[in-house]
Design a protein around this ligand. Structure first.
Ligand code: ATP
Length: 319
């Protein structure tokens, strides 16, 4: 293998730049050439790419977002789009690809692997929802961003004796809500993995108030419902007035934490090693503190259970 490509796809996540840097530097260290493909699969179809050198990835390890830009590309879901991508790969002499993205991006890369172009995935998403890796790139940074926001909201909540609802990202996975809720001392955490019990929510709020609590914070993962929907339900059920804060895309930006930078560096280097060994259809991840690669199909199995113990602990500590 002489030349590989790298692209970022789907929702961006802090640490993607650090991963691009690691892929490029490791590949060059190993004597390979690296082509950076812009705007995800759209750039692959359009031939929007350029050869990268050591300097191309200088001064990006600390930056959020992705230097290669990201996109969602409906055309790549079609046979025709995939064929165009393959023609571009051939024309540019690219023999293997590193894909940094979420599970949708992984599915796209599997279509290429099946057509003879080995692809390796790096899990880049703040949702921490990719089976096979304990952590995804960007999760730690997003978590710290949410904690920072909760701390600030808590100041105003306390000053006004208010109950706040904080809506955080997480369509199918509640990791961000759960971890941030635990770390931010939230009274109640509403996540997709657990059926919501409004009676219990109200009971917890009331018992807190009766022992003199000055504020309450409720974290709602967007996949369950919006913060304002939740506020309306609380009003309807128990006449409890709340304020709603939707954190939105703030959660996707910002300088990656040290942990995400280290993870990105290890993932990037590992992905290059896997490609050099001639393996495609693999994903890199971290399992029990060890960087591993595994069959990408395992990343599509929705069999992972969320951390019930952590959820229980969050309840015990916020009585
Ligand atoms: P996030 O977790 O932020 O949503 P993602 O990688 O899951 O990131 P998607 O929008 O699901 O984001 O996928 C990114 C792109 O991957 C799509 O726009 C499409 O080009 C490609 N893709 C997704 N699923 C498939 C598929 N089944 N076949 C081919 N390409 C796909």
């Amino acid at each position: 293998m002489k030349r590989i490509g790298v692209l970022t796809s789907g929702g961006d996540a802090p640490g993607m730049n650090a991963a691009i840097r690691a892929v490029v530097r490791k590949a060059i260290y190993e004597g390979l050439e690296v082509v950076g493909i812009f705007h995800g699969y759209q750039g692959l179809i359009d031939g929007n790419m350029e050869l990268l050198n050591l300097g191309s990835v200088g001064d990006i390890i600390q930056r959020g977002g992705t230097k290669l830009y990201s996109a969602r590309c409906p055309e790549f879901r079609t046979e025709e789009g995939q064929q165009k991508a393959i023609e571009q790969l051939k024309a540019n002499g690219i023999e293997g690809l590193v894909i940094i993205g979420g599970d949708g991006s992984y599915r796209g890369s599997m279509t290429l692997t099946k057509k003879g172009f080995p692809c390796v995935g790096i899990p880049g998403t703040i949702d921490n929802d990719i089976p096979g890796t304990d952590y995804t790139l960007g999760f730690d940074t997003a978590l710290n961003t949410v904690i920072d926001c909760i701390d600030k909201i808590r100041d105003t909540a306390t000053s006004h004796d208010r109950t706040f609802i904080v809506e955080v990202m997480g369509r199918d996975a509640g990791d961000l809500a759960l971890w941030a809720g635990l770390a931010g001392g939230a009274e109640t955490i509403i996540i997709p993995e657990v059926n919501m019990n409004m009676e219990e929510v109200v009971e917890r709020l009331k018992s807190g108030t009766s022992r003199g609590k000055k504020h309450s914070i409720i974290i709602v993962a967007e996949g369950v419902m919006s913060g304002s929907e939740f506020a309306a339900k609380l009003m309807e059920h128990a006449n409890i007035e709340t304020r709603v804060s939707v954190l939105g895309h703030i959660q996707r930006g910002g300088s990656p934490t040290g942990r995400d930078r280290v993870l990105a560096s290890m993932f990037g280097a590992k992905a290059v090693e896997v490609l050099m060994a001639g393996n495609g259809g693999r994903a890199v991840g971290i399992q029990n503190h060890e960087v591993v690669d595994y069959d990408m199909n395992e990343a599509f199995e929705r069999n992972e259970v969320f951390d019930k113990d952590m959820y229980q602990l969050s309840k015990e500590l916020s009585i």
